[in-house]
Design a protein around this ligand. Structure first.
Ligand code: CS2
Length: 502
């Protein structure tokens, strides 16, 4: 049978044809629900994570006032606008593991606003009394956070543009939109919405708060004070491995499930969300659908630390060296016994000793689960996805472990190897001499420094917004990373790697 185009009209037929293999929403959508969440940055991760939790709230718990209005700020978001717009904002989450493949149509995204078309509409939506939460997946670079000073990059041209009062109705950055909408809510006597970061950053909520308050202080101290006193910015740990969708994923969805979806999402069965219970204008009962809503910010920070340093840190250990060695997918790297040992030993010997104990969490079991998740061959997680925007990742995922190991004189050779592999990767040439695209907002600066430095890390480490003095000034670290850079440049990854395995 020909696949059915995904849309509201075809939904009952799609669900019936897919039998037990396809789940589809039975809840009301459109004008029958309120859009209590405005989400900025609708990509694969949001659609596999927060939107799925909200879908479950709507399906299983009758929640009707927290449907999602998606927002795209970047010109490239036009593709998402068109894909979702062509199918009543429905889309399919394809869950894949050794157990098989399962399709789940999600309906929690109720509408979509593309800011470049109408910036005012986005501000008005955020300022609307029905909006209680503005959630974000804007990637690390969307926060304009200086890793070294821990301050807002207020000199950045985008922030400078948004700080001009004349641009308040047509901002460019997330903070420009949040500020303009909050200023309206203040004038209208509404509560501030909660700003809920779902990005992979340690203290994501606190950083969002600090950046937004700094922005607001430069605009209007009275509003900044109101945000500081009444706003809420929960910290959260978010987790679900979500590769980029490929053309073959769409074909497989049509062939195996009879669904024609212009942009489905592929993901793993595992998902986790630990979120601090800090909301300024109400929240849905996220805990009813498996989120861990916790009272204590320290608990969230500890979960974040485990996840960022073990999962994302290991992804970096797989990504940069793996791509240099010529691999394409995460599971392929894990099939190589050298790499799987390396990743395990880095987690166990170098990262784990630095992590706090969390009651009820067995770190060894967590690490074993990670190895299984990385080895899942069915999701085809691409190394270029892992390697994307490294300047926002390595300073979060790898460098903090190195900095702490320096402090306690702990082992850090493998972490240094990963950092060295990234430094080498920046040049854009793999071990067989093939060039590849380096996708990073700081690419030009990084490449100029990497090329000028050769196998000397000093040039790259001089970038103050990425690396602290604790790293630059430590002799043991400099020696270790230099040796790794020299070995990688001379011998390539696969010959160097055994030196880092016991
Ligand atoms: C990855 C993450 O981009 C990366 O570096 O490590 O996207 C990772 O897949 C997610 O954080 C999993 O929750």
């Amino acid at each position: 049978m020909a696949p059915l185009k995904l849309n509201s009209k075809n939904l009952p037929q799609i669900a019936a044809a897919g039998e037990a293999q396809v789940k589809a929403p039975t809840y009301q959508r459109g004008g029958a629900v309120k859009e209590g969440i405005v989400h900025v940055g609708v990509g694969g991760f949001h659609r596999a994570h927060l939107a799925v939790y909200v879908d479950q709230l709507m399906e299983k718990h009758g929640v009707t006032d927290y449907a999602i209005c998606g927002v795209g700020l970047q010109p490239f978001d036009a593709t998402m606008r068109d894909a979702l717009g062509s199918q009543d904002h429905l889309y399919t989450v394809i869950e894949r593991s050794a157990k098989g493949s399962f399709a789940h149509v999600v309906g929690s995204i109720n509408s979509y606003l593309f800011a470049p078309d109408d910036r005012e509409a986005v501000i008005a939506k955020m300022a609307h009394p029905d909006t209680h939460i503005v959630s974000l997946t804007i990637t690390e670079s969307g926060y304009y956070y200086n890793e070294n000073t821990h301050e807002l990059q207020s000199e950045h041209p985008d922030i400078q543009f948004d700080l001009q009062p004349a641009n308040e109705k047509a901002p460019r950055t997330t903070f420009g939109f949040l500020y303009a909408a909050l200023a309206r809510r203040y004038q209208q006597g509404l509560k501030p919405f909660t700003v809920m970061s779902c990005d992979n950053m340690q203290k994501n909520g606190s950083i969002t708060r600090h950046m937004l308050e700094s922005f607001a202080r430069l605009r209007n101290p009275e509003i900044a004070k109101w945000i500081a006193e009444q706003g809420a910015f929960p910290n959260a740990m978010v987790d679900r491995i979500t590769p980029q969708t490929s053309a073959s994923d769409k074909t497989a969805l049509a062939d195996n499930f009879g669904i024609e979806d212009s942009w489905p999402v592929v993901t793993e069965p595992f998902m986790q969300w630990v979120i601090e219970d800090q909301f300024s204008d109400g929240r849905p009962p996220f805990e009813k659908v498996g989120a861990q809503v916790v009272k204590n910010v320290h608990d969230v920070e500890e979960f974040e630390k485990h996840k960022l340093r073990l999962l994302n840190g290991s992804h970096s250990a797989i990504g940069y060296p793996g791509q240099l060695a010529g691999f394409k997918y995460v599971h392929e790297v894990m099939e190589n016994p050298l790499f799987s040992k390396f990743v395990w030993q880095m987690m166990q010997d170098e990262v784990k000793p630095l992590l706090p104990e969390i009651p009820g969490v067995n770190i060894d079991e967590y690490c074993k689960t990670l190895i299984e998740r990385f080895s899942n061959p069915t999701i085809m997680d691409q190394l270029p996805r892992i390697c994307l925007n490294a300047s926002g990742k390595i300073p979060q995922f790898i460098m903090p472990s190195i900095a702490e190991a320096i402090w306690v004189t702990g082992p850090f050779r493998r972490l240094c190897f990963v950092a060295a592999a990234w430094f080498h990767y920046i040049k854009g040439v793999d071990d067989s001499g093939k060039t590849f695209q380096v996708d990073d907002p700081m690419r030009e600066e990084l490449q100029a420094k990497a090329r000028a430095g050769g196998t000397n890390p000093a040039e790259l480490l001089s970038i103050k917004s990425l690396f602290g003095d604790d790293l630059r000034g430590d002799k043991r670290f400099i020696q270790e990373i230099t040796t790794a850079m020299e070995d990688i440049a001379r011998d390539g990854i696969l010959k160097t790697l055994p030196k880092y395995i016991d």
